[in-house]
Design a protein around this ligand. Structure first.
Ligand SMILES: Nc1ncnc2c1ncn2[C@@H]1O[C@H](COP(=O)(O)OP(=O)(O)O)[C@@H](O)[C@H]1O
Ligand SMILES: [Mg+2]
Length: 307
């Protein structure tokens, strides 16, 4: 069975994309699920990479001028050469997660948007440009990754610029991490609208060979016993239903706002970064780990069955 690609997206920053995607990726690679997992860090801020590589390793081997050879930027080369996956936490983590791999990011990837633009400009000059080419890099390369991994998890940057859209249109599924608060729930409506526009354009221009489905909206930083967060949860559900009624192409009958699984707000989710460990390995009995396992199981059940 080909592997599944899941992009974790939200154009808002700080909503927990990295926290959810890194934990879910690592958890899928743990003995409970035992999957071959590639985590792609597509954000030049490099949070996922800095979390699961040692700072020294990242600085010495990833954040170099040769970033096209060493990072997820390789996915945006006109022709894909070898991808240099890394196996994070050589000593600490590898024994627990033998088939967990990272395609890291570096700060240099801040140039990626310009590089995509320039690559397309060259094509236009030569008269080779076709509509949608700027969104077609991952569409071209992800099928190769689906053969090698059971899951490809993409931690996207907080935007919907070209690199993110590349990953979105080439994914099987999308997961939207979202804080149940005012700004984030308003943002959800805009995000769904924009995703619909992109997909409709791809279909009408004939370059979209894939149809990503919204798997779910995962509540993050959820506070217990706060009525406000329940009201915002209702808003999110209503927003999603409205997009379903309007025929938003990413929203399917099974897309949902998860009501029984979420990431609670807890300091353990932030300190895990400093501990260089996914929280479910370092603190298996903590609520944070239960959150990770329950969200991962939900994603696993939905994607293995083929929703
Ligand atoms: N459930 C949570 N509880 C507490 N802090 C969290 C939680 N999720 C994320 N954080 C913290 O919030 C900040 C932003 O999270 P991050 O995952 O980097 O968001 P994004 O990738 O969307 O920008 C980080 O400092 C992270 O450690
Ligand atoms: Mg992030």
């Amino acid at each position: 069975m080909p592997g599944k690609v899941i992009s974790f997206v939200n154009f808002k920053g700080g909503v927990g994309k990295t926290t959810v995607s890194v934990n879910v990726a690592a958890c899928l690679a743990s003995p409970g699920f035992n999957k071959r997992v590639l985590l792609i860090d597509l954000d030049p801020q490099s949070s996922a990479s800095l979390w699961i590589l040692t700072n020294r390793e990242w600085e010495k081997t990833v954040n170099t001028n040769a970033y096209y050879q060493k990072t997820a930027a390789a996915l945006f080369l006109p022709r894909l050469k070898t991808l240099f996956y890394r196996t994070p936490y050589k000593d600490k983590i590898k024994p627990h997660l033998p088939d967990f791999h990272l395609l890291p990011a570096s700060f240099k990837m801040i140039r990626l948007e310009d590089d995509i633009f320039n690559d397309q400009a060259k094509k236009r000059l030569k008269g080779h440009y076709k509509p949608g080419d700027e969104y077609g890099y991952c569409l071209k390369y992800f099928p190769e990754l689906r053969k090698r991994f059971d899951y490809v998890i993409v931690d996207c940057a907080p935007n919907l610029y070209k690199a993110t859209v590349n990953s979105v249109v080439a994914s099987d599924y999308l997961v939207i991490p979202c804080i149940p608060d005012d700004l984030s729930t308003t943002g959800l409506n805009m995000l769904l609208k924009r995703l619909a526009e992109i997909l409709r354009r791809g279909e009408s221009q004939g370059w979209l060979s894939n149809r990503p489905q919204l798997l779910g909206v995962v509540q993050t930083k959820k506070r217990g016993g706060v009525p406000e967060s329940n009201y915002r949860l209702q808003d999110m559900i209503e927003t999603l239903n409205q997009h379903r009624r309007e025929g938003n192409p990413v929203v399917t009958d099974s897309s949902q706002v998860l009501t029984d699984h979420w990431f609670s707000e807890t300091i353990k989710h932030s300190t895990a970064v400093r501990e260089d460990m996914p929280v479910f390995l370092s603190h298996p009995n903590h609520q944070a780990s239960q959150d990770v396992i329950s969200v991962t199981r939900w994603i696993f059940e939905r994607t293995e069955g083929g929703v």
